[in-house]
Design a protein around this ligand. Structure first.
Ligand code: TA6
Length: 300
């Protein structure tokens, strides 16, 4: 692994991209420019914060988040790969795959003509990953920090046989109060929730007043979170994803989670561009093929 000095020498950009040691001894990248400040952790390629200048953070982080090797970080944008949710056949394998539990490498950093900054991190197979999922791959997560936040997760099959995978950008949005926000964009879409049969949302606006864990299938468009308390709308668009998950654990479930404060559920909602739920919409890549899952978040 490169030292902080080596990372700054090779990938640092004056005033825009700075590597430093942070929580748990993990390496963090502080990215800043005229539009926003962001914190990205190499462990998990985990975006911790994206704060438009003078505004509350767009991303929510648990005050009790664990920064420990082998544990997932609660909040921000966990990268789920090569499966989303529990493993389909083996529940001894980690929920949401292993990508969020690995140290990623820095691929490149760049200041773009419009003043935004791009940082790309990469992950490839290792002895540990092959023991869980026997395929060579390269995953590149690109973060573009600008007037809007863009994240692109590109997976390439670098092996000699086809593989199937699913992935997600499990985004925790920072909101003023779960009781007052509305989410637009999932009307007339079918979803699974808990062990129930497929249901369809008929309301134009989704409000959340109980534990919610909806897996909307065949949903390729975006959502808008309207947050009267923060006087903003977050427009979340996506590409390369046919499943959208909307999750809030509510009060009782939150109490069972040791890495979330008891009232944490009040100030976030997860809206997640996902590929595949229970094998539906799973991605297959032939050798040499790639697929990109992309998300863009704009504040209005
Ligand atoms: O995306 C929603 C979900 O799959 C929920 O079912 C819930 O368990 C959540 O993710 C959090 O998962 P985690 O493994 O990070 O605790």
């Amino acid at each position: 692994m490169m030292t902080i000095k080596e990372l700054n020498d090779q990938f640092g950009i004056n005033n825009n991209v700075v590597f430093k040691e942070g929580n748990g001894g993990f390496v963090f990248i502080h990215i800043c420019n005229e539009y926003a400040d962001a914190e990205l952790c190499l462990y998990g390629a985990h975006l911790i914060s994206y704060k438009p200048t003078g505004q509350p953070d767009i991303l929510w982080m648990s005050k009790r988040a664990l920064f420990q090797e082998g544990k997932a970080i609660r909040g921000g944008v966990p990268v789920c790969f090569p499966w989303f949710g529990p493993h389909l056949t083996d529940n001894t394998k980690p929920q949401h795959g292993f990508a969020r539990l690995r140290y990623w490498e820095v691929e490149s950093t760049r200041k773009n003509a419009d003043g935004s900054v791009s940082v790309s991190l990469s992950l490839q197979q290792s002895t540990g990953s092959l023991a869980m999922w026997p395929y060579p791959f390269k995953a590149v997560a690109e973060f573009i920090i600008g007037k809007q936040l863009e994240i692109k997760l590109t997976v390439t099959n670098t092996g000699k046989e086809n593989f199937e995978y699913s992935d997600a950008l499990h985004t925790y949005f920072n909101i003023s109060d779960i009781h007052s926000i509305t989410i637009q964009g999932t009307r007339d879409t079918s979803y699974y929730e808990f062990d129930k049969d497929l249901q369809k949302q008929t309301e134009e606006l989704l409000t959340i007043n109980k534990e919610t864990d909806r897996k909307y299938i065949e949903h390729s468009s975006g959502c808008i979170i309207s947050d009267p308390g923060y006087q903003r709308q977050l427009h979340c668009s996506k590409a390369g994803s046919k499943v959208t998950v909307i999750w809030n654990p509510w009060e009782a479930k939150t109490k069972t989670m040791n890495d979330m404060e008891p009232d944490g559920y009040k100030t976030f909602v997860c809206i997640e561009p996902v590929n595949a739920y229970r094998g539906i919409n799973i991605i297959t890549l032939a050798p040499g093929e790639s697929h990109t899952l992309a998300a863009c978040i704009e504040q209005h």
